[in-house]
Ligand binder design. Structure first.
Ligand code: GCB
Length: 559
């Protein structure tokens, strides 16, 4: 069931069920037979949202299944349609209310909702079974055969380079909406000479729709002759209010912040509002001590303010959709977002391919449905570093790109590619390249690494003639490690390498953006190349203290 993002006003209630829940692990998978769906005995307290791994003691590598339980009394919602909406549960959620099954959802980082047929006034038991285990038929996958992944071993056995945190990661809300109310909204901007045209479509259960922008009533489409457009240096948002009236009375209202802007690919350039734009910024993970991948608007606010302070104008939500409040912040702070699905480390071995592809398609659908009204979202990335040399890769990736384009013709579509001769790249609108010169390729050799990068960029350009964004490059730097001359793992080497890559990119007009990997250090599974189970390519530490590279980027980007 799709549910418009919840909000509270005089016609609707979004009742936040965040707080202290209870959890019990089920290593022998006995919970179902033991009837835990009606109530979980001997469960330990746990905060929601938040990953369980670093919250409880001794369960860091535990991936489930685990059973969550919350007891709650109903707020006054008689006469409303009710649903439960989960912002993100990693990885499979099965949900029961008072012992009745509501449904299940596969895939973290995206919202899902179930209608609630009946609610008790007091003492409701909400139970969620969470399975975060890694398997080759899940997306992102784990336990992948060696020939279909990077040849690095991790424990737990993720095929991707971030810790597979599990749990209820975002808000859970009891959502009350008026019967037959506003079900869906779609906004879209078009530019016509100097004028902007705002298109608004509203799906509802019957009645007349009334629209207002910053309080002024209008009929869609709305033509604005002197529009104040949304852009990074003036992220202007207008308040769109939608009212539904029946027989003269208002029965529902929904509000949305709208930024008027267009985005397009034109030859070898990216255009924002018809003007060429260059992306400066980062790949960012959702990762913070103790929270794991649990949503925190405060951490997101800190991160996005730091990005702006450095002079960045954009980031990629690596390697999955980020929390909706993060995108609220991006809309307001003027940060353009490449919004990525959770399809990281896709591989295309025939066995299980149809299932992985089905999941990847549903991620595209769920992501576009969630974020298509966002000014900040400038592109859809349907994957990160798919194993493009598998025979079925080209067709499978093209299918995902076509799907995103069909669902949303207003934004370019791409994916982040790490392979030379990647057959899927003919399907993207602009190229996102992940490259590690002088790190994984030619380690320690800054001069040769940059020459190789230059040759690589020129070759890809000659072949595809599309704009290129370097979506990853960088070096691990252990905070406090120094070396002169710069050496790998030192802060100096990281700062020097990033500066040189940016110089190499700047010499090439077809490179229209560069996102440093990564904004902040983040937790990974254990591996011999990940000291302290951490990826140290952050220009900030995991607790957001700057390394030398952060200061260097601020000097460069704010010059
Ligand atoms: C990549 C991946 C990213 C890794 C990064 C690294 O290419 O896309 O997930 O974290 O390299 O640091 O190895």
């Amino acid at each position: 069931m799709w549910l418009l993002r919840p909000q509270t006003n005089r016609f609707r209630v979004a009742h936040d069920l965040s707080g202290v829940w209870a959890i019990r692990f089920d290593p022998d998978d006995v919970g179902r037979a033991a009837g835990w769906s009606a109530g979980v005995p001997d469960a330990a307290p746990i905060a929601v949202p938040g990953s369980w791994n670093d919250q409880l003691v001794g369960v860091r590598d535990e991936l489930g299944p685990a059973w969550y339980e919350l007891r709650f009394d109903a707020p006054p919602v008689d006469g409303f349609d009710l649903a439960l909406r989960f912002g993100s549960v990693n990885y499979i959620a099965e949900v029961w209310l008072n012992g009745e099954p509501l449904g299940s959802h596969e895939g973290g980082h995206l919202p899902f909702a179930f209608p609630v047929p009946s609610l008790r006034d007091v003492g409701n038991a909400l139970v969620v079974r969470v399975d975060g285990r890694l398997a080759a038929d899940r997306v992102p996958p784990g336990l992948v055969p060696l020939e279909h992944r990077h040849p690095r071993e991790f424990f737990p056995p993720a095929a991707f380079d971030f810790f597979p945190f599990a749990g209820i990661h975002r808000k859970v809300e009891l959502v009350a909406t008026p019967p037959g109310g506003i079900a869906d909204v779609r906004v879209r901007t078009e530019l016509d000479g100097g004028a902007a045209i705002l298109h608004v479509e509203v799906a509802h259960g019957g009645g007349e729709v009334e629209l207002a922008l910053d309080g002024a009533h209008f009929e869609a489409p709305l033509r604005l002759e002197r529009p104040r457009l949304w852009r990074p240096d003036d992220p202007h948002l207008a308040a769109l209010a939608i009212q539904l009236r029946r027989e003269g009375t208002t029965v529902d209202r929904y509000e949305l912040s709208v930024g008027l802007r267009t985005i397009a690919v034109d030859g070898e350039r990216l255009l924002l509002n018809g003007e060429p734009i260059e992306l400066r910024g980062f790949g960012r993970h959702e990762d913070f001590p103790v929270l794991g991948r649990g949503a925190s608007a405060a951490v997101a606010a800190r991160d996005l303010h730091l990005m702006r302070d450095l002079g960045a104008n954009s980031f990629r939500t690596a390697h999955y959709p980020h929390d909706e409040e993060t995108l609220d912040l991006a809309d307001r702070l003027g940060l353009l977002v490449i919004a990525e699905t959770p399809a990281v480390a896709l591989f295309f071995a025939p066995e299980g391919l149809e299932r992985r592809q089905e999941l990847s398609r549903s991620y595209v659908e769920e992501l576009v449905a969630r974020d298509r009204n966002r000014a900040c979202v400038m592109a859809w990335s349907v994957a990160n570093e798919p194993h493009a040399h598998d025979a079925a890769a080209g067709a499978a990736l093209a299918e995902l790109c076509d799907l995103a384009r069909a669902l949303d013709p207003t934004r370019p579509v791409t994916y982040a590619s790490h392979e030379t001769d990647d057959p899927g790249l003919s399907a993207v609108d602009f190229l996102c390249l992940n490259r590690y010169p002088a790190w994984y390729v030619l380690p320690g050799e800054l001069e040769l690494g940059m020459a190789a990068l230059a040759a690589d960029l020129d070759a890809v350009h000659a072949r595809h003639r599309k704009p290129i964004v370097l979506t990853e490059f960088g070096a691990d730097a252990l905070p406090g490690a120094h070396a002169d001359p710069p050496a790998m793992w030192s802060e100096e080497y990281q700062a020097e390498l990033i500066g040189r890559v940016l110089d190499t990119a700047a010499e090439r007009p077809f490179v229209v953006g560069a996102h440093v990997w990564t904004f902040a250090d983040f937790a990974t599974a254990q591996a011999e190349h990940r000291p302290h189970a951490t990826n140290f390519k952050g220009v900030f530490t995991r607790d957001r203290r700057p390394k030398l590279a952060a200061h260097a980027l601020r000097r460069r980007w704010r010059a």
